[in-house]
Design a protein around this ligand. Structure first.
Ligand SMILES: [Mn+2]
Length: 281
């Protein structure tokens, strides 16, 4: 069941049938062990998007003219993770089966697992400050701190490309070494970095997930788990600009936490999504 939200993301109002890209608000917020509140992010990101220019100069595109975007609103989720996961998987599956590219507004990072279960990508580009590679976290096998581990165990370490990762435990460091996982975190030349990512993600079905905590807390303090020492919003936008062409089967943007956000994180999130829409979709 969808809760309709007005105004829709970016003010884009293509009807569902005619749309190519579908925005899905997925306010999953069940496994956080620190700050909760990312359930409010889809609405805050919509609000920010509505107040940003839809013309993207670096692409020479106005999103209103170049894309057919429909916003489903927010998915109503049960309060138990497994049940919520099924609802997410079904929703993403339906949109994809009907030939549309899902763009998800999270919610916590755990939703990536369910979206990927539905979409079955060949490669995942995992942009996040944290590795999320713990085998379990405070008794939870599947949560925001273990989601990448679950993906790697199902897909293989060479199918998940870690970008911007700068925070992990000893256990995760050993797993990274053992699985020969490559971490790409040098943003000094975003164009070169984009080339390296594309070199790995040549597949026909690529999923892109962005945890907004990849940004330094100076640029996005309102996230669930801020991690100092990150990149700037401009560096992330520049990376996305050079990342195309990619065969994206789905995108998510997660972990914005509005109760701790002064607007920086939600506006950055909306701009990052516009950049993805203009350059990659
Ligand atoms: Mn993270």
């Amino acid at each position: 069941m969808w809760i309709p939200i007005k105004p829709p993301f970016g003010g884009f109002e293509t009807d569902y049938q005619s749309s190519d890209i579908v925005i899905l608000g997925i306010p999953l917020d069940l496994t956080s062990t620190y700050r909760t509140g990312c359930r409010f992010a889809p609405q805050k990101i919509r609000e920010a998007s509505f107040n940003l220019e839809t013309y993207v100069p670096s692409a020479g595109k106005d999103l209103f003219e170049s894309l057919k975007i429909h916003d489903m609103g927010d998915l109503f989720l049960p309060s138990e993770l497994e049940e919520a996961g099924k609802v997410i998987q079904d929703a993403v599956n339906r949109v994809s089966r009907e030939g549309k590219t899902p763009v998800i507004l999270g919610g916590e990072h755990t939703l990536t697992y369910f979206a990927c279960k539905a979409l079955k990508p060949e490669n995942i580009i995992y942009i996040d400050a944290h590795a999320d590679l713990r085998s379990e976290w405070i008794g939870q096998r599947l949560c925001h701190a273990t989601v990448a581990r679950q993906l790697v165990e199902e897909m293989g370490g060479d199918h998940v490309i870690f970008v911007g990762t700068r925070s992990y435990s000893v256990e995760e460091a050993e797993f990274i070494k053992h699985q020969q996982i490559e971490i790409l975190s040098d943003f000094s030349n975003p164009k070169e970095l984009a080339g390296k990512i594309k070199g790995v993600a040549e597949a026909k079905k690529v999923y892109l997930t962005i945890d907004m905590d990849v940004l330094d807390p100076a640029y996005a303090p309102g996230v669930s788990c801020p991690e100092p020492g990150g990149i700037s919003t401009s560096q992330l936008l520049e990376l996305i600009r050079h990342l195309g062409p990619l065969s994206l089967c789905g995108v998510d943007l997660v972990e914005v936490c509005p109760p701790f956000d002064n607007g920086c994180a939600s506006f950055a999130a909306a701009r990052v999504l516009y950049q993805i829409l203009a350059h990659l979709l």
